[in-house]
Write a protein that binds this ligand. Structure first.
Ligand code: ZN
Length: 327
């Protein structure tokens, strides 16, 4: 299956100003009051620029994405505290899921393909297993329960808005992800349903580890109790650098795998230069090697990247889960 590409890059290309973020120009003024400037609060665009976001989701769907993520990477009370918009969290998540559903239904009306809304759950801007203060290594800026409660509010919103699955992504600290997994289980129980969970880690270290120090194998063993629909990697690396880490994960995980690398590495201006054909050719190599069940793009990937990736991987069979592991 094909996953969508980057929201951030597409939003940047709209060149939105403070009044666009706050909605004062469009008339979609956020009904949740905040005295903070909102420029850069991409999640808020769910409430203030819904049509622009719906069009981005639609472009990714038509380009070939079967699974499209909500624009809710930072829609937790922890991340929204920077903007004074903690109270908007239930609306951001429920509306975020509804916008994707509308975009996917428009695409399905054209080509008849069934598509799925992935409720995106980001890592937040705090880390539960590391201290942000080098002189006080025992200090924590956030606890497991802070994260569990914040993620729970987000996930209940995503379910209320009609998300088909939950995507816990860009995991640099596995303890944050474990709080999100626990919050999923609590929300599923309260709602009386269980959605598939996709789990995606991020390799930030040159030695092939997450920020909290785990190799892909260790990461898998830490989260496999969640029985995720997919486990994989996204962000931080381009496809070339991600490949050995995906190969390691694909060899140990007895579930489907998912890779969505950045469009190469950022240049000196923080922009991603790797073109659609380049990214697609490398990911076709992943598919040929049998590493992939789901594939898409992270930072810098556009609808053209997703179209090229979908075409490039089409000739190859999805990865098979090894039977002795599945049993
Ligand atoms: Zn990324």
């Amino acid at each position: 299956m094909i996953l969508d590409g980057a929201m951030g890059t597409q939003i940047q290309s709209l060149h939105l100003a403070e009044e666009d973020y706050a909605g004062t120009a469009s008339g979609h003024v956020c009904r949740h009051h905040s005295d903070h400037p909102q420029k850069g609060n991409n999640d808020l665009l769910i409430l203030t620029q819904p049509k622009a976001l719906e069009d981005i989701h639609f472009d990714f769907a038509i380009a070939g994405a079967d699974i499209v993520e909500t624009n809710t990477f930072s829609a937790t009370t922890i991340a929204q505290a920077d903007y004074g918009l903690q109270a908007a969290v239930p609306d951001l998540n429920a509306e975020g899921a509804r916008i994707v559903r509308r975009a996917l239904d428009r695409a399905t009306a054209i080509d008849g393909k069934r598509r799925y809304v992935a409720g995106a759950v980001g890592p937040t801007n705090r880390t539960a297993s590391l201290s942000p203060d080098v002189s006080d290594p025992g200090f924590r800026a956030v606890t497991f329960d802070d994260l569990r409660i914040a993620y729970g509010e987000q996930i209940r919103g995503l379910i209320a808005g009609g998300a088909d699955l939950i995507m816990i992504e860009t995991i640099f600290d596995t303890l944050n992800a474990k709080a999100a997994i626990f919050a999923c289980f609590e929300a599923f129980e309260a709602h009386g349903t269980r959605l598939p969970i996709m789990i995606s880690g991020t390799i930030t270290d040159a030695s092939g580890r997450t920020l909290s120090g785990q190799t892909p194998t260790a990461f898998w063993h830490s989260i496999k109790h969640a029985r995720p629909f997919t486990v994989g990697l996204n962000c931080a690396l381009g496809a070339a650098a991600m490949r050995p880490h995906m190969a390691e994960l694909a060899a140990v995980a007895d579930t489907f795998t998912c890779a969505y690398p950045n469009a190469g590495l950022p240049n000196a201006f923080g922009q991603y230069d790797e073109g659609p054909e380049d990214t697609a050719r490398q990911l076709a190599g992943f598919a040929k090697e049998g590493l992939l069940n789901v594939v898409g793009g992270c930072c810098g990937t556009t609808p053209d990247h997703i179209r090229a990736i979908a075409e490039a991987v089409a000739p190859f069979a999805p990865r098979k889960i090894r039977q002795e592991e599945a049993a």
